[in-house]
Design a protein. Sequence first.
Length: 140
Amino acid sequence: MTNKIRTYEELVKLPTFKERYEYLNLHGYVGEVTFGWRRYLNQIFYNSQEWKSIRNEVITRDEGCDLGLKGYEIFGPVYIHHINPITEYDIKNRTPFLVSPRYLICTSFDTHQAIHYGNETLIIETPLERSPNDTCPWKE
């Protein structure tokens, strides 16, 4: 894991989904401190009004698109990924890594899992082509 600080501004300069994924890929690195019994700290934060407000801001900015890339709309739950892994210190001190949209990006569940655990088979290379009634099998 490199100590390079990643930012949203750098991420959005990358034109393809694959390049953005590679920029964010943690190659199985979750964090030096994965909270363990202190997991309650991040759960308190993720249920706070502060987080809900920041989360909504990021979803609006990224227009609900996976890795903020137009054409990769998320049709299920939207996950907000911390571009740089957060620590207990970040939560206790409300550092910019925790609360600044500059360090956050929208992802789908599968993309989020692929970023953290290095499973590239979870990511999509090309966006899903939608067609009328494609989610309604009894209609033509």
